[in-house]
Design a binder for this molecule. Structure first.
Ligand code: ATP
Length: 310
């Protein structure tokens, strides 16, 4: 399969893809565990998700330690994800992809604009109900020291053994788990049995299938898995994302080609938005990134390189 390399590599910078992917995954994962410093409205009600329709309405946000150039990290971002659709966030490193999703999880409050889930401003609902409704899967997934079974059931307190096995089967993980020394009771995590990146990812997918959240956040990383594992992961992800509103941060364009909507971020702003075919037709940044990945051209045209290095 084609591996996508961000144009940065062409700017002469040496980038360790693995380290970058890892750092980015850890940033997101860290934030999932981080207790929020936000105050909750005492009158907040639980979020009630029906269709899973998510709207970003003129969202602007800047970290307190702003970049120094006066521009917010995320600026006037608008997009609309109908319930059950998959939206892919694409863009160079630092474009604001992770930040856009941190705002959905309410790790930070927006400075301006509003994010709504089925019409409810996420600022006005309880944090616990918001986080319960959103599942998170990454390729550099963290497993804690505990059995495989406990790792799958993490976050779902009342899961039965049958439900755990069902989830593992749907995640294409059952076969390899069965072959572990103690099957589902094998200890995993730091001091446990060594699992490959692809195996860890399928355990997290099983966890998400069991949790059954209405909204899903996928952070694709660039770890190397063989073609068969990649196929298994893709198949289990397809099961997981069907009929579920999904946000995917993609580092490889081939994996998000079929997304209902692709949002191209650059410098905190939405530059392009549409389906793969729309964006190819538009012949802008996405189309050129795609052409590089597909090997149709060797490098990005000068205009894009100049823009990205400004
Ligand atoms: P990558 O593909 O490398 O993960 P990204 O598109 O997800 O990048 P973000 O992680 O959202 O980009 O970062 C957007 C900008 O915000 C960057 O300039 C980054 O340095 C900055 N940033 C991210 N997290 C913080 C933070 N906690 N405090 C201050 N600035 C931050």
């Amino acid at each position: 399969t084609q591996r996508f390399i961000w144009p940065m590599a062409q700017f002469g910078q040496i980038i360790n893809m693995y380290q970058r992917a890892r750092a980015s995954a850890e940033r997101i994962f860290g934030l999932m565990d981080e207790p929020s410093r936000l105050n909750q409205d005492p009158d907040a009600e639980d979020l009630a998700v029906s269709a899973g329709h998510v709207e970003y309405d003129d969202v602007t946000f800047g970290y307190e330690s702003e970049r120094g150039d006066g521009n917010p990290t995320v600026e006037d971002v608008n997009f609309d994800v109908p319930g059950g659709d998959t939206v892919a966030l694409v863009g160079p490193t630092g474009a604001g992809k992770s930040t856009v999703l941190k705002l959905l999880l309410r790790m930070y409050d927006v400075d301006d604009g509003e994010i709504r889930i089925d019409g409810q401003d996420i600022d006005s609902v309880t944090l616990s109900s918001l986080r319960r409704s959103i599942g998170y899967v990454s390729q550099n997934s963290y497993l804690f020291y505990g059995t495989v079974k406990e790792n799958i059931a993490y976050g779902t307190f009342d899961a039965t053994d049958e439900e755990i096995v069902e989830a593992a089967k749907a995640a294409e993980a059952h076969e390899f788990i069965r072959n572990l020394p103690d099957g589902y009771d094998t200890m995993a995590g730091e001091r446990g049995v060594k699992l490959s990146g692809g195996q860890r990812q399928r355990i997290t997918i099983a966890r998400a299938i069991l949790k059954d959240p209405e909204i899903l956040v996928l952070d694709e990383a660039t770890s190397d898995v063989d073609t068969e594992t990649e196929m298994l992961i893709q198949r289990s992800l397809d099961r997981l994302t069907t009929d579920r509103t999904t946000f995917a941060i993609a580092h490889r364009l081939s994996s998000i080609k079929d997304a209902d909507q692709i949002v191209v971020l650059e410098d905190g702003q939405v530059r392009e938005r549409g389906t793969h075919d729309d964006l190819i037709e538009e012949n802008g940044l996405y189309a050129n990134l795609w052409a590089v990945q597909a090997g149709e051209i060797d490098e990005l045209p000068q205009e894009f390189i100049e823009r990205a290095t400004q």
